[in-house]
Design a protein around this ligand. Structure first.
Ligand code: PLP
Length: 400
């Protein structure tokens, strides 16, 4: 009998990939499936980005590259951050990783250990709790509540700090809520953190280019006073529709760079060489494709939210960023996991239970609207039909 290390039992999973596999199996068996479960743009990457990747292969970039990433790409990242947020970042503080998730994994393994605590949002991207637990640290969650547009209360977060706290994770715009953290609360959090200079801040800004209604993204990089303990995560997956290229980055405080490079050397050696050249083209080239994607999602956001709000027992906040609707379905009488399973089995609609993003996601489901308008309308039609046929039954059993 093989003996697996105890820490493997602390590792969680992402139900998006499990539901996707089930939905694909149903579709392979001939069922009509509408897939709103995966957080992946439905547009191709910009043409000039694909060309840059192809050119890099033709030019012979087949070898290993430097572990932290090629210098021109790290310079492009610094220039992009300067253009967008007016901040001066030294390219030597940037490392390129195979997706921002790998930088998240490195950051939490660097900071967490048995006996320590890391604070993270709930509901949130499932990787946070899972990777914190894997590091040995205890995950301590803070709530994101619908009543504040899924922002947070700075005092509440500060009150969760103990002498064991190593880091606080922030994510804005957020998965799965599509909320944007309130600027005033962030100011108060950063002011409060002055009393705790040893606590790192991990700011996951992977949806930084996907914000609606013309609001600019506010980056935690803007707070000069926490730059020496801020780990910023971003990447190309969502903004440039490059999920499968596996390209992300982190900006590290100077004191952590050597650890980030050591993690890379021990883990993936370096990121796919051609993908890094494509990453330069994405940041340096025209941004009109990104703009067009965000405009398309903004229009679909209106369709999906309006459709959800018209359903009995459902209410839904308007997403401020990212591309997820996160409706409150508690009025339907169904639990989140039950609704997820029934909609997939009975109607072929693949969405995710809010509870798979943490206990406070119970009562919600997540629908990705990074899919065509036709698919969104079909999903809404099937959900309406399901609720019309079943809600009276769920309500009776909820009362009984
Ligand atoms: N962070 C958040 C909040 C996400 O939603 C995702 C992907 O869904 C990631 C990080 C990981 O993105 P990637 O590793 O593709 O850069």
């Amino acid at each position: 009998m093989l003996q697996v290390a105890t820490r493997m039992h602390r590792l969680g999973t992402e139900s998006a990939f499990e539901v996707l596999a089930k939905a694909q199996a149903l579709a392979a068996g001939g069922r009509s499936v509408v897939n709103l479960c995966i957080g992946q743009p439905d547009f191709p990457p910009p043409a000039h980005v694909i060309e840059a990747g192809q050119r890099a292969i033709a030019d012979g970039h087949h070898g290993y590259s430097a572990a932290p990433g090629i210098l021109p790409l790290r310079e492009s990242v610094a220039a992009d951050l300067q253009r967008r947020f007016g901040v001066e970042i030294n390219p030597s503080n940037v490392t390129i990783t195979p997706g921002s998730k790998v930088a998240l994994f490195f950051a939490l393994q660097m900071l967490g250990e048995i006996g320590s605590e890391i604070i993270y949002p709930n509901p949130a991207y499932p990787g946070y709790e899972s990777i914190i637990a894997f590091s040995g640290a205890t995950p301590i969650s803070y709530p994101l509540s619908e009543s504040t547009g899924f922002s947070f209360d700075a005092d509440d977060v500060l009150s969760r700090i103990t002498p064991k706290t190593r880091a606080i994770i922030l994510n804005s715009p957020a998965n799965p809520t599509s909320g944007v953290l309130d600027r005033g609360e962030l100011d108060r959090l950063v002011a409060g953190l002055e009393r705790f200079p040893d606590i790192a801040i991990v700011s996951d800004e992977i949806y930084s280019r996907i914000i609606y209604d013309g609001h600019p993204h506010f980056s935690l990089l803007s707070y000069e006073q926490i730059r020496d303990r801020l780990i910023l995560l971003d990447g190309w997956s969502k903004s440039f529709s490059m999920t499968g290229w596996r390209l992300g980055y982190a900006v590290w405080p100077k004191s952590l760079v050597e650890h980030a490079v050591k993690m890379a050397i021990n883990c993936h050696s370096c990121v796919n060489n051609a993908a890094q050249f494509a990453g330069i083209a994405a940041l340096d080239g025209p941004q009109d494709t990104v703009q067009a994607m965000v405009e398309a999602w903004s229009a679909r956001r209106e369709v999906i939210v309006e459709g959800l709000r018209a359903m009995p027992g459902v209410r839904c906040t308007m997403p401020a960023g990212a591309f997820y609707a996160f409706p409150n379905i508690s009025g339907t009488g169904f639990g989140s996991a039950e609704l997820q399973a029934r909609l997939l089995n009975d109607e072929g609609v693949a969405l995710l239970s809010g509870a798979s993003f943490g206990a406070l996601g119970e009562g919600y489901v997540r629908l990705s609207y990074a899919t065509s308008r036709e698919q969104i309308e079909e999903a809404l039609f099937r959900m309406n039909r399901f609720l019309a046929n079943n809600m009276h039954i769920s309500r009776r059993s909820a009362v009984a």
